[in-house]
Each structure stands twice: as C-alpha cells, then as structure tokens.
Write a protein that binds this ligand. Structure first.
Ligand code: GLP
Length: 240
C-alpha cells in the first residue's frame, strides 16, 4: 500500500488526476472503475481540464462505476448516473455508450446485479477509483460485507444515510438501498486509487492502513491488493 499525504484537497485531486491521466495516455483503451462522492470531484475537474487543454482523449476508454442508489432514475439529480455526467462525462470526449453504472431503477434488482457482474467479467478495471466512507465502507460495501461479495443489493446503514443526507433536501429523501459492486469486483482491478479527505475519515484511514484485515472495516481488505495508492490530505492522515 502506497500512502501519499498531501497538504490539502486540491493537491490530493491534482496528484490523483495525474495518475488517471497517465493510465489513459499509456492505454487509450483503458477500463476505468469510477466512484462518486465529494472526494473524487476535484480529480474529475483536473481530468476534464487536461482533456480540454492537453487533448488527452477518452474516445476509446470505457468506465464502470461502483454503485447507484435504488429507486433513482438516471436523470434524478442525486443519482450517481447524473453525478458522473455532470462531474466528468459531459466534460471529456468519452462515448457515453462506453460508460456503465448499475441501474437503480431496474424492476428486478437481482437481475440487474447479475447483468452488472457479467459485464464486469468482460471489463476488468485497469484502475478502480475509491472514496472511503467514515465507517470504512468502499463502494456501498458496509461493515460486515463478505470479501468474496459481488454486485449486490445493499441496505444502507444509518451512518451512511446520515453522511449522505447533506446532499439531499432532507434525510427522508435519502434512498435506503443501493446496488453496489462487491468487494471481489473491486479487488479484481489491476490497480486501486483511493482519494480521502477530511478529519471525519481519519479513524477509518488508520484502520484501513494499520488495523486488522476484517470485514468490520471493509477498506482493510485493500492491504491484500498488490497495487494500491491512497492519496489523503493531512486531516484524513492525522491518525497515521
Ligand atoms: C458514498 C459512496 C462511496 C463514497 C462515500 C464517501 O457512500 N457510495 O463510494 O466513497 O460515499 O463519500 P465522500 O467522498 O462524499 O465522503
């Protein structure tokens, strides 16, 4: 596990974008595993700026996202599909038909999970971007999720619902369920790039890097992956 500590969010975002851009330049057909949340927004902005200014092309890149809320259609402004379009896809030259997310409004959740797992068999991530939940979750794999899990329907914990409620008008609007890649799907990536920012993540960062490897802290599984880079700002790294 390589841990890079930066002064602040902006420096974290720049460094993370450099890694992503380098992967795309070396492999124009790369499969990028992407994440939502506030942590990667700055990284996406830097990628968009580089695409515009330096012409790094995503024409042949494809993407697979970690997760999606159940019950939200792709045009809902809190859906992760909407997040990806507005924060990245609309600002780079990617072909939208090469972008993939689980569909939160699919009528049969299990069928949709099966479809996504089959897709991931054919699209192994060259890199998987991750954020970190304050309870140590990755994707929406909450504490207790088995390390051999694949894409599944998740009941979100009260902790996650509360954390994510800041983006909704009220806590009652936050979906209670999500579809998420499982830990096995995440671990199949050739490399993993995590971005973490803020004091509220410090405990989880400490557990992930130095603690026991346990499903109680899902991100601790990353200790078992050979190519993990964690870029965290000073606040998130404050307990290391
Ligand atoms: C959500 C997402 C995760 C993300 C986490 C942290 O729960 N499903 O993929 O890592 O939030 O979000 P943030 O970066 O906003 O703190």
């Amino acid at each position: 596990m390589k841990v890079i500590i930066t002064e602040n969010y902006d420096e974290m975002s720049k460094k993370a974008a450099e890694i992503m851009i380098d992967i795309v330049k070396k492999n124009p057909n790369a499969v990028l595993g992407l994440a939502t949340g506030s942590s990667p927004i700055g990284m996406y902005q830097n990628m968009a700026k580089d695409c515009k200014e330096n012409g790094t092309s995503y024409k042949n890149v494809s993407t697979v996202n970690l997760d999606e809320y159940v019950g939200l259609t792709a045009d809902h402004d809190q859906s992760y599909a909407y997040f990806m379009r507005t924060n990245l896809f609309d600002h780079i030259d990617i072909d939208q038909k090469n972008t993939n997310l689980p569909c939160g409004s699919a009528p049969d959740a299990q069928k949709e999970c099966d479809r996504y797992n089959a897709l991931l068999e054919t699209k192994k991530q060259d890199v998987q971007v991750l954020g970190l939940g304050s309870n140590g979750h990755i994707g929406f794999n909450e504490p207790g999720t088995a390390f051999d899990s694949v894409t599944h329907l998740v009941d979100l914990t009260e902790n996650t619902i509360k954390d994510n409620s800041r983006l909704f008008n009220s806590i009652n609007e936050v979906p209670r369920q999500a579809l998420s890649m499982g830990i096995k799907n995440i671990m199949q990536a050739k490399s993993i790039l995590m971005v973490v920012s803020g004091k509220n993540k410090a405990e989880a960062v400490k557990g992930m890097v130095k603690g026991e490897i346990t499903p109680d802290l899902p991100a601790s599984v990353l200790q078992l992956h050979p190519f993990v880079t964690i870029i965290c700002d000073k606040d998130a790294a404050s307990l290391l």
